[in-house]
Ligand binder design. Structure first.
Ligand code: ATP
Ligand code: MG
Length: 645
């Protein structure tokens, strides 16, 4: 491929909080004396009941494995997100809530109001016997009560486990049982894209398979008529008897804050466990530094709170910083592909943080939906969840941001708690498709399959060699699985599971999951590169490639392609696309088979499940593995029926 473009730091961003020199200095400070760097950040950025005197205390070695940060400190996460802002910023809007239905009144909740709501919710939980260390499952629509509930748990020291409201009763039951939660907080129904989601009915169904469940608190959201049984109570009834005073529970730094199950792109979801202080510091620090947040700006992370992105960048990161965070109940593409930009205009959004899957869906509908809106408030863009194809990157930059807004392509994982690698605005010039450089405190290393570190420009397996405050602390109930999954592939290092290339400028390019690497005649290829080449073609909206057994080459390339609206897939186009990839990357990347697919199998968070595509390409459709996080199982039937043989 040709040398990638570089987008220098321009416009407003030459006055960002960080500049290239300051970034280098911070990175160097965190690398050379992590102890004092993080103690300093922790005491400056957070409010402590008992300030810590130690920072990181950890070892990734088998004999002595442990991870602790600020272990002798005490704080309360909710107090950091609420109470400390009241004196000066009590009337600042904490949450702007934009409802599903366009035109319906939005809600503005100030820090003072949010504080009162959280205290009341906390008292409801206490009245139900919820105590420190208990697990509470949230199965909620994107309504402010979801934020109240999560923060209420944090306030009393209960561990929340948020399950995305689009998951089935089965998936919900599995997650309730896995962490042994006795209580579920839900709503009568949710709304999304004009449709109703029957949350309470799903909880009822899950309850029969989740014997640990004793109590269900139901928030009235749509007013639907839902049957209430013995285990159910209405939130508004429970509120009648509680006060809005609830002192925050002092928590040890290492006490767990939440459990969150991963997306399930590569297998059975893991119950990722995060700590109180280390996680909060990471969410707080990365929010500030990656988005250069300044008071008065409206920040919109268009994820669902059911994903870690929602945890760290709708709730904890923004609220800890006293920011104004936008919470959107609906879908970016409903009623049409203009909605997301209309919301930007309505609330004068400064920063938008979304996912490549959403961008590709919007791009497919054409530029007109964007151009008919103003978007002049929009000064910063973010992308997360998958590698962003350079084609989508340029569209986001040129059409959406009209060239003025940098793109923060943020690489991280549920396991990392917050952003790890990203071009910090004002500090790091961008290259489309590259997550660029590590944040201060992040020590990435590329290793070959034997674990030998690679230096300079190289391609390999992405590891992190030093602990950072936001690192996960365990897999719930399975310490052995934690160690086995992340620390045994390459001894003494945290292995991310991702493949990555580092270029001559030290920029990191995530090439996809290591499990998805394709080996054609001894040449290893990441899925991202081949997919990006396909997406570059004007007929293509989205693509996924996987390896398939090949007699001669060992592995061949099987490509699944979704076409743009109005384009028909015929043999001529198939041949043209195959020739296109050959021309873009080289003969080695020529797809052996190409199937037109009306849609690709994705997780509920919008990530392509390549392991299912691999099975289909191999013709092994009898055992597709864990499909509980699949968004639309019908997609798979179509792919199987139209397999190219
Ligand atoms: P599971 O671990 O259950 O298979 P998952 O890995 O999809 O699911 P997440 O923690 O939601 O669960 O996703 C993290 C992964 O998403 C990363 O390991 C990486 O593969 C991908 N990813 C996230 N952000 C980026 C990005 N900016 N660029 C490239 N890849 C990204
Ligand atoms: Mg993962």
């Amino acid at each position: 491929m040709t040398d990638p473009e570089i987008y220098p730091i321009t416009g407003d961003w030459t006055n960002a909080s960080l500049n290239p020199k300051r970034y280098e200095d911070l990175y160097e400070a965190a690398a050379s004396s992590p102890g004092s760097f993080w103690l300093d950040q922790a005491t400056k950025r957070l409010d402590w009941i008992e300030p810590p005197t130690i920072a990181g205390d950890w070892s990734f070695a088998k004999a002595d494995f442990h991870i602790r940060w600020f272990a002798d400190g005490q704080l309360n996460v909710a107090a950091n997100c609420l109470d400390r802002h009241l004196a000066k910023n009590g009337d600042t809007v904490a949450i702007i809530w934009e409802p599903d239905e366009p035109g319906e009144a939005a809600r503005h909740i100030t820090y003072r109001q949010l504080h009162a709501e959280v205290c009341r919710f906390a008292n409801v939980l206490k009245a139900q016997g919820v105590a420190k260390g208990d697990r509470v499952t949230l199965y909620m629509p994107m309504i402010p009560e979801a934020a109240y509930a999560a923060l209420a748990c944090a306030r009393i020291g209960a561990i929340h486990s948020v399950v995305f409201g689009g998951f089935s009763a089965d998936a919900l039951a599995g997650r309730i049982e896995d962490c042994g939660s006795k209580i579920v907080i839900t709503a009568d129904e949710g709304r999304r894209g004009g449709k109703r989601i029957t949350l309470k009915a799903c909880v009822d169904e899950a309850a029969s398979r989740a014997p640990s469940l004793e109590r269900v608190i139901v928030v009235r959201a749509t007013g639907a008529d839902v049957p209430m049984g013995e285990r159910d109570i209405w939130y508004h009834d429970a509120l009648a008897t509680v006060s809005d005073i609830c002192p925050p529970e002092p928590m040890a730094a290492e006490d767990p804050l939440f459990i969150l199950y991963t997306s399930g792109s590569t297998g059975k979801p893991k119950g990722v466990l995060h700590s109180s202080a280390g996680y909060l510091l990471w969410a707080d620090f990365t929010f500030k530094i990656a988005f250069d947040y300044k008071p008065g700006q409206v920040f919109w992370c268009a994820a669902d709170i059911g994903w870690v992105t929602g945890h760290s960048y709708i709730l904890y990161g923004p609220l800890s910083n006293g920011a104004t965070t936008l919470m959107f109940e609906g879908l970016p593409t409903w009623p049409d592909a203009s909605r997301i930009w209309q919301v930007v205009d309505r609330h004068k959004v400064h920063t938008l943080f979304t996912a490549p899957t959403a961008l590709r869906a919007l791009m497919k509908e054409g530029d007109d939906f964007v151009r008919r809106t103003d978007r002049s408030s929009l000064k910063l863009l973010g992308s997360v969840g998958e590698p962003i194809n350079p084609e989508a990157w340029r569209w986001y930059h040129d059409v959406v941001g009209e060239g003025r807004a940098p793109i923060v392509d943020a690489w991280w994982q549920t396991e990392t708690g917050g952003i790890m690698i990203a071009p910090l605005p004002g500090a790091v010039p961008m290259k489309p498709g590259s997550a660029a450089k590590p944040l201060p405190g992040v020590m990435p290393q590329l290793v070959d399959d034997q674990g030998t570190p690679l230096t300079g420009p190289a391609s390999g397996n992405l590891c992190i060699t030093q602990s950072w405050p936001g690192q996960m602390r365990g897999v719930w109930g399975d310490d052995e699985r934690f160690f086995q999954t992340y620390f045994t592939t390459y001894e003494g290092k945290y292995f991310t599971g991702d493949g990555c290339r580092r270029d001559a400028d030290g920029y990191y390019w995530i090439t996809g999951r290591v499990d998805d690497v394709i080996n054609v005649s001894g040449h290893r290829m990441g899925t991202a590169e081949v997919e990006s080449a396909l997406v570059l073609h004007e007929a293509v909206a989205e693509a996924a490639v996987v390896g398939m057994p090949h007699d001669v080459k060992g592995q061949g390339i099987y490509a699944y392609v979704t076409l743009n609206a109005g384009v028909t897939g015929d043999d001529e186009l198939r041949r043209a696309l195959i020739a296109w990839v050959r021309h873009e990357i080289g003969p080695i990347a020529t797809p052996d088979k190409l199937q037109f697919a009306p849609a690709l199998p994705k997780t509920r968070s919008g990530k392509i499940m390549r392991r299912i595509l691999r099975k289909i390409a191999e013709g092994d459709t009898s055992s597709l593995g864990d499909t509980s996080t699949l968004a639309d199982p019908a997609v798979v039937d179509d792919l199987v029926a139209n397999r190219v043989v």
